[in-house]
Write a protein that binds this ligand. Structure first.
Ligand code: HEM
Ligand SMILES: *[C@@H]1O[C@H](CO)[C@@H](O)[C@H](O)[C@H]1NC(C)=O
Length: 340
């Protein structure tokens, strides 16, 4: 009995040590010697796409989030599988025998920005063959997007490697739905190692980008058994949304900006909207229903600078979720397919 307990304890201990050393190895400037143009080339591609379509930056920030949160393992899972969080699993295309993350309802058709990653990867393969991981490209592109839209820039610890597994089914449990309330969100983020405050901070990403009508139309037309329209939604905003997203709309591509007054600026608009009952999703407006999170919403609305620096720090933390390092995984040559 005792020796068995000891064994379990030491396995846990080794796993903790492993994941700590894994984290400490990611380095800002990782490609400085091996491919010194890596970050420049990614930034150049993000900038090019931004000038064609400003919204692509929002897509790239969300791409990083969806990459990092899916396949983050609990300790037990870590011992069984070897593929993990920010591992570019979100970029892998489905095959006849495997439905990949990108084709789950959480990602298709809403996730965007894949072509920016492809373009950067193609240029990097031409000059630094087999050196720069797709997972790092996604992390760099998210940072560049924050920067280009006026957020605070940050150094991206790099050295991630690419995973070989991508399962649509895992997005069901690893990505939060817009219907979540504050308790569900807090628990969800805490399972991934984030505090409630970091959850509020990261949600501020919804200050850029767009949403499909389908992600919130229940709040307009069929809220619950007793009321059609969510009473926590500002009435004027609700009627605008109803015009943009008509009832019975069958066009799956209809979208609205999440922060209508500045959809391509990383400002505190997300928080001022919530204070005005104009948070688009239940998962946004629900932050007002808890004293601590409501307080953070007000604080972030008052001080954009404070929020921008908290956001940069939380993005760095998110980018380190259970990464593959060293000899783990691979460096894909095409971000959409695992190397054969
Ligand atoms: C707190 C829980 C979260 C929920 C429930 C949630 C849910 C959603 C939903 C439903 C959409 C709209 C998708 C569509 O219909 O087109 C969206 C968009 C977006 N989300 Fe989140 N999200 C959350 C957290 C985050 C985090 C942590 C980030 C990044 C740090 C993020 C970044 C974005 C961005 C940038 C968009 C706009 C994408 C675009 O314009 O293409 N979200 N989110
Ligand atoms: C529907 O929502 C309203 C307002 O939030 C609430 O008062 C009511 O209890 C809810 N009804 C059901 C059946 O959940």
């Amino acid at each position: 009995m005792r020796s068995r307990k000891l064994t379990c304890a030491s396995i846990n201990f080794i796993v903790v040590l492993l994941s700590q050393s894994v984290h400490s190895q990611l380095q800002v400037g990782f490609y400085g010697n091996s491919c010194s143009l890596a970050e420049f080339i990614v930034k150049d591609e993000v900038r090019n796409s931004f000038f064609r379509d400003q919204g692509v930056t929002a897509g790239l920030v969300r791409l990083h989030f969806h990459d990092c949160f899916v396949r983050v393992s609990k300790r037990a899972k870590l011992l069984i599988h070897v593929t993990l969080g920010c591992d570019a699993s979100v970029l892998i295309d489905s095959t006849p025998s495997n439905k990949a993350e990108k084709d789950s309802p959480a990602n298709n058709p809403s996730l965007r920005g894949f072509e920016v990653i492809d373009n950067a990867k193609a240029r990097l393969e031409a000059i630094c063959k087999g050196l720069v991981s797709c997972a790092d490209i996604v992390a760099f592109a998210a940072r560049d997007s924050v920067e280009l839209t006026g957020g605070l820039s940050y150094g991206v610890p790099a050295g991630r490697r690419d995973g070989k597994i991508s399962l649509a089914s895992e997005t069901l449990t690893d990505l939060p739905p817009p219907s979540f309330n504050v308790d569900q969100l807090t628990k969800f983020f805490s399972n991934k190692g984030f505090t409630q405050e970091e959850m509020v901070t990261l949600s501020g990403a919804h200050t850029i980008g767009r949403s499909h009508c389908t992600s919130f139309s229940n709040r307009l037309y069929n809220f619950n058994g007793t009321t059609n329209q969510d009473p926590s939604l500002d009435a004027i905003y609700a009627s605008q949304l109803k015009q943009q997203c008509p009832q019975g709309n069958t066009n799956p591509n209809l979208v609205v900006p999440m922060d209508p007054s500045s959809p391509a600026i990383t400002d505190a608009g997300y928080y001022t909207n919530i204070l005005a009952n104009r948070g688009l999703f239940t998962s946004d407006q629900t932050l007002m229903t808890n004293a601590a999170t409501a307080n953070q919403v007000s604080q972030n609305a008052r001080s954009t600078m404070l929020w921008r620096s908290k956001f940069a720090a939380a993005m760095v933390k998110m980018g380190q979720l259970d990464v593959l390092m060293g000899n783990g995984g691979e460096i894909r040559s095409n971000c959409r397919v695992i190397n054969s």
